[in-house]
Design a protein around this ligand. Structure first.
Ligand SMILES: Nc1ncnc2c1ncn2[C@@H]1O[C@H](COP(=O)(O)OP(=O)(O)OP(=O)(O)O)[C@@H](O)[C@H]1O
Ligand SMILES: [Mg+2]
Length: 304
């Protein structure tokens, strides 16, 4: 048996005659934060559902906490906390009641769950909302409650499907802070996201998937260094093609996406000199990031 908490080997899942997960392999050692990145419809949620034994793969093998999935899913899930893509909190119940009800699903005694509630409320920064109904909470608070709820059985592994989609930047930062504290406590995390910044901040390693296939895998910094390896000047303006013809001789590579021209540069000066003072153009010079990796590998941006 391996030391990996999560293992996917050549996993395939068809819906109708389309492979929505197509030969996917990855592994997550204990204590690591691993990210599954990909645009809408890439197969992220389907991958997590297969891991939890909720959807059966058509080929390949999956292991979670040492159990083969789906046959051992019932046992594995005892060690796992889940934050689904869409919150499924009970709107008629208070914050505290939502935690108590969930404890019952895991077969915990009422007194044991009750004893855990203060700590979970504190973790989620929801102490002052304990008796509020879920309907009164902001999106960020609901997400933190779902995260707190996933911890009720003190799981070793957390599986989070887009933990911060739809949240404002402040709410997102609070979730990131909470996830980092869980990693510091030794939890293993598998998360999906569209947010490059989220992946760059939290993930030890990640894989980018597109149409169910892995197109890149590695540590965020390594991937950026390997695939891009230089700075980027983004130019926003009405005629990106003409601009490309003009700037391409001074760039290692260029890419156009919508109204934006991306110039990959080792030396930014010649392009700066040409753009300075022009009206009707905006541009930024920045280090390369994961979004550039995605663009490079697929020819388009992650958000669609
Ligand atoms: N139950 C289902 N029946 C048929 N097709 C499905 C089903 N669930 C998902 N799909 C299809 O499988 C593909 C992958 O869907 P999935 O939900 O895994 O993507 P995702 O990466 O989670 O996307 P998003 O970022 O929008 O959440 C999509 O084309 C989707 O339409
Ligand atoms: Mg999804």
């Amino acid at each position: 048996m391996s030391n990996n908490t999560i293992e996917f080997r050549d996993v395939v899942k068809y819906y109708s005659d389309k492979a929505v997960v197509d030969g996917l392999s990855f592994h997550v050692p204990a204590g690591e934060c691993f990210g599954l990145l990909g645009p809408n419809g890439a197969g992220k949620t389907t991958t997590l559902k297969m891991l939890l034994g909720l959807v059966e793969p058509d080929a390949g093998s999956i292991a979670l906490c040492g159990y083969a999935i789906p046959s051992g899913a019932r046992f594995a899930r005892q060690r796992v906390g889940v934050v689904p893509q869409f919150d499924n909190l009970d709107p008629d119940f208070s914050v505290r009641e939502n935690l108590l009800v969930f404890g019952r699903y895991y077969g915990l005694s009422a007194s044991k769950t009750r004893a855990m509630v203060p700590e979970l409320l504190e973790f989620a920064r929801l102490e002052s909302k304990a008796d509020a109904r879920v309907g009164e909470l902001s999106g960020g608070m609901k997400r933190r409650l779902t995260l707190a709820r996933s911890l009720i059985n003190d799981p070793a592994v957390l599986i989070l499907d887009e933990p911060t989609t739809g949240l404002d930047p402040q709410a997102r930062h609070l979730i990131w802070d909470r996830l980092r504290s869980l990693l510091a406590r030794g939890k293993t995390i598998l998360l999906t996201t569209h947010f490059m910044e989220e992946a760059e901040r939290l993930c030890d390693r990640l894989c980018i998937i597109e149409e169910g296939r892995k197109i890149a895998e590695g540590a965020p910094r390594e991937l950026v260094a390997q695939e891009i390896g230089c700075d980027v000047i983004e130019v926003y303006g009405p005629a990106p093609t003409a601009l490309r013809d003009e700037l391409a001789p001074f760039a290692t590579r260029t890419e156009i996406s919508g109204e934006t021209l991306f110039c990959y540069v080792r030396d930014a000066e010649p392009i700066h000199a040409r753009l300075a003072g022009r009206t009707g153009l905006r541009y930024v010079h920045r280090p390369a990031n994961l979004e550039d990796v995605f663009l490079r590998l697929t020819g388009r941006e992650m958000q669609d």
